[in-house]
Design a binder for this molecule. Sequence first.
Ligand SMILES: Cc1cc2nc3c(=O)[nH]c(=O)nc-3n(C[C@H](O)[C@H](O)[C@H](O)COP(=O)(O)OP(=O)(O)OC[C@H]3O[C@@H](n4cnc5c(N)ncnc54)[C@H](O)[C@@H]3O)c2cc1C
Length: 362
Amino acid sequence: MDFRDSPDEAAFRERLRGWLTEQKGKFPTSGDEYWAAQGDWHQALYGAGFFGTSWPKEYGGQDLPPVYDVIVDEEIAKAGAPARPSLGYLVVAFGHHGSKEMQQRFLPGMINGTERWCQGFSEPGAGSDLASLTTTATREGDEYVIHGHKIWTSYSDVADWCLLLARTDKDVPKHRGISAFIVSMHQPGIEQRPLKMISGVTKEFGQVAFDGARVPADQMVGAPGDGWKIAMTVVSHEREPSTLGFSARYGKLVRQLASRADGATPEELSWAWVQTEMLRLHVRRRLSEQLDGITHGPQGSLDKLLMTWVEQSVGHAALATVGTTDPELFGAYMYSRAQSVMGGTSQIQKNIIASRILGLGV
Ligand SMILES: Cc1cc2nc3c(=O)[nH]c(=O)nc-3n(C[C@H](O)[C@H](O)[C@H](O)COP(=O)(O)OP(=O)(O)OC[C@H]3O[C@@H](n4cnc5c(N)ncnc54)[C@H](O)[C@@H]3O)c2cc1C
């Protein structure tokens, strides 16, 4: 495959570069300030035609090939602009499992950033073993009433809507008794409890207690008991680095570190460079496969594992090169620790690779 820009792609890249230059300094790139301004950044990107480019026109996207997302990520990283918010997994979940009415009602706001979303899956006793979740949704007339406790819910404090997993049937095997709902976060019966990350960030995620919150029955996504299937669509798309667009950001960090290396290059930095380049090429190959209509299923676990190794190598390189002296680069090291946990831990990815790709009896 020829990875050079086509004339249209080159024109898009040029326009984006110009726009990013104009935005320089307007939006924070790290810490609580980044999270607080993320919604404005999303809307600015969308308004200028650089967000949701590969999503359907019908819902506010541009129906462009996924290579345009990669261009956006590459140029954002080069410009040192804030990362592109990652929502692709939600868009895909709605595309696969939502009714037409649901898609028409919720996808445009999700894509243009006027409605913010969070993902209420994990609980204090159900992370890797998500099927053990205990939050309940009990039918009362035309509504379901929610009781339970979610944790590590990214963007919960700014979200308008939550894609929530809750148990609707206790009498069937645990995977089959879960349903998915679109729950309004602006109602009584929902309490937010902030969490502080090791990096000091307090705005990225929180705990959410549901005590009698209500959701109309027609805001169930799919049928009763479809929750597990929907969750699997979400997590398998969360695991793709091309969707998350992280590889360009790692490359930028490595270049930043190389410019800071004083004399001899630490071995960790050389290794991070090799790994980052390997991930960049891997993402390109995945993209080329995507363009050929190949879907990856459990292969997403390989991507997630690879991405974790690379991010943590870059984190180690940051520590070896500048130690704790630069808050932003030290923050990159701290954040890299979360990568092997979020979206399914590395051990769980290895279990999936062993059982579903290698066919080993795990
Ligand atoms: C930055 C960040 C953002 C997040 N955002 C969200 C979000 O928006 N919404 C949401 O719902 N969740 C979110 N999460 C939660 C995340 O999905 C869970 O933390 C993750 O699935 C692990 O669950 P846990 O923390 O309960 O750990 P546990 O499942 O308790 O795991 C503890 C340890 O045991 C290991 N382990 C568990 N089971 C097995 C097994 N079968 N085989 C081998 N090892 C095993 C794990 O690998 C891990 O090392 C986020 C997490 C982070 C770090």
